[in-house]
Design a protein around this ligand. Structure first.
Ligand SMILES: *[C@@H]1O[C@H](CO)[C@@H](O)[C@H](O)[C@H]1NC(C)=O
Ligand SMILES: *[C@@H]1O[C@H](CO)[C@@H](O)[C@H](O)[C@H]1NC(C)=O
Ligand SMILES: *[C@@H]1O[C@H](CO)[C@@H](O)[C@H](O)[C@H]1NC(C)=O
Ligand SMILES: *[C@@H]1O[C@H](CO)[C@@H](O)[C@H](O)[C@H]1NC(C)=O
Length: 713
């Protein structure tokens, strides 16, 4: 059998073959051991490269490790055998091999820890595979395997201390497909009561390594050496490392640390140990970073530095850029929290957004709903161990290190799973493989900047920053020249009286559909920073310029009082101005506010918004925008769908958001709420209602453009 029958062959009939192995007594059942201070030993422990399940002898004394890995002397053994709490009969799932390697078959093994033979007739074994995000090949449920059903297992009885091994055969249909995806196998008795179950995460079902109770018949499931029909055995750290990708948390050390502290979250947790250094703004410091999640976890090194806009850098809860490193400081790709593997990640720390990250989350979610790439995100809780008080705290993780909720984001870069454009090679093709942005607030030292003639007027150059390819100004001379000329051509076309002509006008330069989707997404958010900051664009080989991906929406969605939206000086309340709406109002377009003389005094340029102002003058463009809007509102951006997405995200975030409020009370600022829960609830619902109201305003406005018919040319 090969990897995951479920993933491969929907029609495959799995069958079962049962044999009874009589175990050679219960000698393998180990004792539960404690440290002298009463803490439990965390077995298995890695001793000289071998995993041990009892205290190890060293210097005539017995030692074990606690769950943080600290060694201590063991309390003398009481000699008592602690069997698994026998649920009624003492029959447990003992071992599961989900991905056999060469010459090995997948199997499920039961074990009877009790004192009596158990008749399993009518018992069931069911695979209730949990749907994972990218599960595109779900198999129909064939129902559970029923013990003692006709023609199936010869024997449906299991003697005390015996193993019952279930493998495949052609006769019995058997609906657990032991796949490499997230999965679960449940054993129930004849009355339907769940007797035992095992679940494993995506990436945890390794080739040739089983999940077994250690010690045999007891304990939690751990990665083990496949021992079908026999007592379970330990697997060496070396073998595990051989099967897991570099950087993987081989011994689940991160989850153990968090569990030991008594911390629980329904979100993934990231622990960053800075080794007594302070995280700063360049260069990256060398930290240890680990994750505890439902995915294959990471535990290795990472370079970490502060990131974010100049204002965000003053916040106490810092945004961080993370680069995964191996022990020798080389970049290391990893599929962090199950996202496509890469070494570059962003931990966005929403301090000013009182919805605690829902703004960025929602903006990217909206963009993805349009089938555009937007950075993938995961809400996480972060522990930042950045103080050197190892002496007083013994280096243990504690709630003092709790740093609140972050949104783990993909960094924008060229990648077949991120911005999927051609690899740049100037000799072969100068027309493509570019990512660039306009970002008036955030030009860093070393950025390669090239100017565009805004409105084809050389007095007002508009800086663009090259994101990809990377290089120095000199190295990228040909590239910046090409893009400069191209974008100036676009500006000239926009300015010309033939701007709407499909041959000579703007369409020659841009992939209009991407501009329309970006326009709609930005307008839903009414982001003050859009058009003028963090405005990413790309150009694929042989294609025209495309708008996106979206980035940085923490001050969007009616949050008072981002510059330059009308009313920003007056708690967002004044207005209405040309666009017909203030900063916090659901009404009024974002793209044309700076057309109103005197509104955008501090930054009259407003980045690239003049592109959209000009496009809007073309009735055919407006009609396309309106048509696309209708299509989206009937599907992925209907009120019902957006509300459902909100509710799902709120449910997931709620407990962590409240912990975050409690951690950062002073920074967030309290209002008159009975509790932090009420405050967060209020903020999140306000955001949801604003978004729905905003989309309804757009319905009304865009309906006016719907009936345009006009033949051009
Ligand atoms: C499957 O069923 C056939 C017919 O009843 C029987 O001859 C065969 O031995 C069975 N195979 C197994 C592996 O039990
Ligand atoms: C780190 O990665 C580099 C480059 O892939 C490799 O040469 C080196 O051996 C790795 N170091 C460790 C400790 O794995
Ligand atoms: C949007 O967010 C919801 C809630 O988390 C999620 O179920 C949905 O898959 C997301 N949609 C997209 C297109 O990312
Ligand atoms: C770039 O393209 C040229 C011409 O096709 C080729 O000879 C060269 O190897 C390419 N360079 C890289 C780095 O791929």
């Amino acid at each position: 059998m090969v990897d995951g029958p479920r993933g491969r062959s929907a029609g495959l009939v799995l069958a079962i073959f049962a044999t009874v192995f009589i175990a050679t007594g219960r000698g393998s059942a180990a004792v539960t051991r404690e440290l002298e201070n009463g803490e439990a030993c965390a077995f298995p422990i890695d001793f000289n490269g071998k995993l041990e399940h009892d205290c190890v002898s060293w210097n005539n004394e017995e030692w074990c490790q606690d769950s943080t890995g600290l060694w201590g002397k063991c309390k003398p053994s009481s000699g008592g055998v602690a069997m698994a709490s026998a649920k009624g009969t003492g029959v447990v799932i003992n071992e599961v091999l989900a991905r056999g390697s060469k010459g090995q078959e997948d199997f499920v093994e039961l074990f009877n820890t009790g004192d009596e033979t158990v008749d399993l007739t009518g018992w069931t074994l069911r695979d209730s595979q949990k749907k994972s995000d990218d599960d595109d090949d779900e198999e129909e449920d064939k129902g559970p395997f029923v013990f003692g059903a006709e023609g199936c297992a010869d024997s449906a009885a299991i003697a005390p201390g015996a193993h019952l091994l279930l493998t495949r055969d052609e006769n019995c249909s058997f609906s657990f497909g032991l796949g490499k995806k997230k999965d679960e196998v449940v054993l129930s008795d004849a009355d339907g009561n769940v007797v035992d179950q095992i679940s494993w995460k995506k990436g945890e079902a390794l080739k040739g390594i089983s999940m077994g109770r250690l010690p045999n018949g007891q304990g939690a499931f751990q990665k083990s050496e496949p021992t079908p029909g026999e007592a379970n055995g330990q697997v060496s750290v070396e073998k595990l490392k051989g099967e897991l990708p570099d950087g993987a948390d081989v011994t689940d050390s991160c989850c153990k640390k968090i569990k030991k502290m008594g911390f629980e979250s329904n979100l993934p947790v990231i622990v960053i140990d800075t080794k007594c250094q302070e995280v700063k703004d360049e260069p990256k410091i060398r930290t240890e970073l680990c994750t505890c999640s439902d995915e294959l976890d990471y535990a290795d090194w990472a370079g970490v530095e502060i990131r974010g806009s100049s204002s965000a850098r003053d916040h106490k809860k810092k945004g961080m850029a993370v680069k995964l490193w191996n022990a020798t400081g080389h970049n290391q790709e990893f599929s962090l929290l199950g996202m496509p593997k890469d070494e570059d990640w962003v931990l966005y720390g929403p301090e000013t957004d009182r919805s605690i990250g829902l703004r960025n989350f929602l903006a990217y979610n909206i963009s993805r709903s349009m089938d555009r790439y937007a950075t993938r995100t995961k809400f996480v809780e972060v522990f930042l161990q950045d103080e050197c008080n190892l002496r007083t705290r013994g280096g243990e993780l504690s709630m003092k290190d709790y740093h609140g909720v972050y949104l783990l984001e993909e960094k924008i870069k060229r990648h077949n799973k991120r911005v999927d454009i051609c690899k740049h090679n100037a000799t072969k093709d100068i027309t493509g493989g570019y990512i660039f942005k306009h970002d008036n607030d955030n030009i860093d030292n070393g950025d390669v900047v090239f100017p565009i003639k805004k409105r084809f007027d050389s007095k007002d150059p508009m800086p663009m920053v090259m994101i990809y390819p990377k290089g120095t100004k000199e190295e990228l001379k040909a590239e910046t020249n090409f893009l400069e000329e191209y974008l100036n051509g676009f500006e000239r076309a926009l300015k010309s009286k033939d701007f709407a002509d499909p041959e000579r006008g703007y369409e020659k330069f841009i992939e209009v559909d991407t501009f329309i989707d970006n326009f709609l997404a930005v307008e839903i958010t009414k982001n003050p920073d859009s058009y003028r900051g963090s405005t990413y664009m790309r150009k694929d080989c042989g294609k025209k310029v495309e708008m996106g991906p979206m980035w940085d929406y923490n001050e969007a969605f009616g949050m008072c009082c981002g510059y330059p939206i009308v009313g920003y000086m007056n708690a967002g309340e004044s207005g209405p101005g040309t666009s017909g709406g203030s900063a916090i109002s659901e009404n009024g377009w974002r793209f044309n506010i700076c057309e109103d003389p005197g509104r955008c005094v501090r930054d009259p340029q407003d980045g690239i918004s003049h592109w959209f102002v000009r496009l809007w003058e073309d009735p055919a463009y407006r009609k396309k925008v309106a048509d696309r809007w209708q299509e989206l509102r009937k599907g992925p951006l209907s009120n019902d769908q957006v509300n459902a997405n909100f509710d799902e995200a709120m449910t997931e975030l709620r407990p962590a958001a409240i912990r975050n409020y409690n951690r950062w009370k002073e920074e967030i600022g309290s209002a008159h709420f009975r509790s932090t829960k009420d405050q967060w609830e209020h903020e999140a619902k306000k955001l949801r209602d604003w978004t729905i109201g905003r989309m309804e305003w757009m319905d009304t406005e865009l309906a006016k453009q719907q009936f345009y018919t006009h033949s051009r040319g």
